[in-house]
Design a protein around this ligand. Structure first.
Ligand code: UD1
Length: 422
């Protein structure tokens, strides 16, 4: 298993290009199952999660070809040869559940293993099933699989989500695009990745209104056609690299970044003493002056502070002046990075869904272990600012969501290398 070695090396200067959004791409790829015609995605990120989704789609009979060094995905689902998403693939990645709605809508049948994914608490799929049930699906849970049928096709229905689930909204929007009649989703998720999915579905001929608000209305159509779509910028990769100059000092421009993608996050950075300026090509980030100040952060669905930036923000606040409280409201058990940061000298007290972080002058390098995708990058950020060497092990988590992390950070002057073990 590979590790990443980081040495604290002072201020960072330069530019980092931000890739297309992993989470948008993982929802856009299953949309190929909705049409017999080709769907091409431009600006795809080069990540192991994207390769896992490609394998899953191929196992169902779709063709997925990676072009232009992996940044273009040419997909085609002329006919599905299987309707079973097997446990062996699904367990690697929770987003696999997103093939359920499209397969069911297209062919009236789908069997999908219950998902695994990051170890960040119980992650049920009841809201996905509630939406499909409202569209008339017959659902049966047995042997660790969801068995879904709609022999006469899905019908439009009304769903009010108890929680604005990103994945359930995506599954429902895709399924409803081919259902007979009108579907109304209330308390729908409003994330930019949902807006991006709807943009693509609309290019394929879907009739959808209200994306980006909590009420989405979908008028089902008989068939969808092919399209070419450019994947939206990854706001989580953007926010992660915005924290690099905030933690280390210096000034970095994040190419492709816009404040609209990371509004709530920018407000917290501002309060902590970090300036963010929009340029023609992206966002320029630097510390305003001196030390970072403590700020309190509560994770919320979009447009609130994203849970996927909580671990990285904690890395920043470890050396802030004063005490910060981070509250995690989206996932239980999402503070697994805290004990690892404490190995580096951070002062953190976790109690339930809250973590109290008291800033120290400087972190110290240590061997640490990545526990999930966002936790692993938070340890790298912390290592960039620490005194001495930090060795982050189990970096396969990182490969799920950050392309070329070593090259991107070296490009702005970081002392970081990947140590491969055979
Ligand atoms: C997506 C993102 C993930 C991000 C999360 C929240 C992708 C591929 N992943 O995950 O990076 O952290 O949004 O912004 O886009 N829940 C239920 N029942 C359900 C579905 C969800 O109880 O049927 C709960 C989950 O356990 C969790 C919360 O709702 O506590 C949020 O989950 P959800 O918004 O669905 O996240 P994902 O789509 O899995």
């Amino acid at each position: 298993m590979d590790s990443i070695l980081v040495r604290g090396n002072g201020a960072l200067e330069g530019q980092i290009a931000i890739a297309g959004a992993k989470n948008a791409c993982l929802a856009l790829m299953p949309a190929t199952l909705l049409s017999e015609e080709p769907l091409t995605l431009i600006n795809a990120p080069r990540l192991s999660d994207i390769r896992t989704m490609s394998q899953l789609l191929q196992s169902l009979g779709a063709e997925v070809t990676s072009l232009a060094d992996g940044t273009v995905l040419a997909m085609s689902s002329h006919a599905l040869t299987s309707h079973t998403a097997d446990y062996d693939i699904v367990r690697k990645m929770r987003a696999s559940i997103l093939v359920l709605g499209p397969m069911l809508a297209r062919d009236g049948q789908a069997v999908v293993s219950l998902p695994g994914g990051c170890a960040i608490g119980a992650r049920p799929v009841d809201l996905h099933l509630k939406a499909l049930d409202a569209m008339g699906a017959e659902l049966d849970l047995r042997d660790g699989y969801v068995h879904a049928k709609a022999p006469n096709g899905l019908k439009g229905g009304s769903v009010k989500f108890d929680f604005a689930s990103v994945g359930a909204t995506e599954n429902a929007v895709m399924a409803a695009s081919l259902a007979k009649g009108t579907t109304v989703l209330e308390n729908a998720a409003r994330e930019p990745e949902i807006v991006d999915l709807v943009k693509c579905l609309r290019a394929m001929g879907a009739q959808i209104e209200g994306e980006g608000t909590s009420r989405i209305e979908i008028q089902g159509v008989d068939r969808l056609h092919g399209a070419t779509h450019t994947v939206v910028t990854d706001r989580i990769e953007l926010g992660t690299y915005m924290l690099a100059p905030a933690i280390c000092g210096g000034e970095v421009e994040l190419l492709g970044g816009r404040i609209g993608l990371v509004g709530a996050f920018c407000e917290k950075l501002d309060a902590a003493g970090v300036s963010v300026t929009e340029t023609e090509t992206g966002l320029r980030v630097a510390r305003k002056n001196g030390r970072i100040s403590a700020v309190d952060v509560t994770t919320e669905p979009y447009p609130g502070f994203p849970t996927d930036l909580q671990a990285q923000m904690m890395a920043l606040l470890c050396t802030a002046e004063g005490t910060s409280v981070l509250e995690e409201t989206i996932f239980e058990n999402r503070f697994m990075h805290a004990p690892e940061l404490m190995r580096m000298g951070a002062r953190i007290d976790v109690h339930g869904g809250h973590a109290t972080v008291t800033g120290v002058d400087r972190l110290k390098g240590a061997p640490v272990m990545a526990t999930d995708l966002r936790a692993s990058v938070s340890l790298i950020l912390a290592g960039l600012a620490a005194e001495g060497e930090t060795m982050v092990s189990r970096v396969y988590h990182l490969d799920r969501g950050y392309e070329h992390v070593v090259a991107k950070l070296r490009g702005v002057g970081a002392d970081i290398e990947r140590i491969s073990e055979t």
